[in-house]
Design a protein around this ligand. Structure first.
Ligand SMILES: O=P(O)(O)OC[C@H]1O[C@H](OP(=O)(O)OP(=O)(O)O)[C@H](O)[C@@H]1O
Ligand SMILES: O=c1cc[nH]c(=O)[nH]1
Ligand SMILES: [Mg+2]
Length: 209
């Protein structure tokens, strides 16, 4: 069974509270999401392998550690996932960025795919899917399906807020994918929105409502 890691660092929890507030506008919402993404990225990359390399400081020659050639790919689920990209690529500037475009049909709540562009060497990379919201789990499952079809072997999922229903669903279909979340909320409402949640993440990031 895959792991569910709740990143409960106080800074993440404080910033998430600010994001949840209905009075927080798009500018602050985006900035907070970037800051939280960096803090979550720190946890997600915790187990990257290290190797020693020879360097020279102004004082002596010495051995020091660098990340051991592990290649990363960041894949935001459009649109809302875009809000998490800057935080991750700030931490790992060499990461490639793929995009999967999915929207959730408001009636059926099923994901509809409209775009896909991924790095070519996806099978050699650790792929990190990012999306602020994991609600029914349909979008995350569809994105993981796409990555696996294109050859990805090593996938992690990073969400800000998750519903228990969505976590269970992802684990049912993809039990090899670890899930990182800042909060597991209470439930979904009748419209498939997370309660208490933070509303529609895409609309809040881009100011479309
Ligand atoms: O777990 P699910 O039930 O699939 O719901 C979660 C999805 O819904 C939202 O996207 P939305 O369809 O609102 O598209 P947007 O990002 O373009 O706003 C969110 O960003 C997730 O991708
Ligand atoms: O609560 C939710 C559920 C799906 N998508 C969102 O943006 N918010
Ligand atoms: Mg949306």
């Amino acid at each position: 069974m895959s792991k569910v890691i709740v990143t409960d660092h106080p800074l993440i929890q404080h910033k998430l509270t600010l994001m949840r507030k209905v009075t927080t506008g798009s500018k602050d919402f985006r900035e907070l999401l970037t800051e939280i993404s960096m803090l979550m990225g720190y946890e997600v990359t915790r187990n990257l392998p290290l190797e020693e390399t020879e360097i020279e400081t102004p004082i002596v020659k010495t051995k020091s550690k660098v990340i051991a050639g592990k290649k990363l790919g960041i894949v935001p689920i459009l649109r809302a996932g875009l809000g998490m990209v800057e935080g991750f690529v700030t931490l790992v500037p060499s990461a490639r960025v793929g995009h999967v475009g999915l929207y959730r049909d408001p009636e059926t709540l099923k994901p509809v795919e409209y775009y896909c562009k991924l790095p070519q060497d996806i099978e050699e990379r650790e792929m990190i899917i990012v999306d602020p919201m994991l609600a029914t789990g349909g979008s995350a499952i569809a994105a993981i399906d796409v990555l696996k079809e294109k050859g990805a072997k090593n996938i992690k999922l990073v969400n800000l807020v998750a519903a228990p229903e969505g976590i269970a669903e992802v684990q049912k279909y993809h039990n090899d994918v670890d899930i990182y979340v800042a909060s597991i909320d209470e439930k979904l409402n009748d419209h498939g929105y997370i309660v208490p949640g933070l509303g529609d993440a895409g609309d809040r990031i881009f100011g479309t409502k």
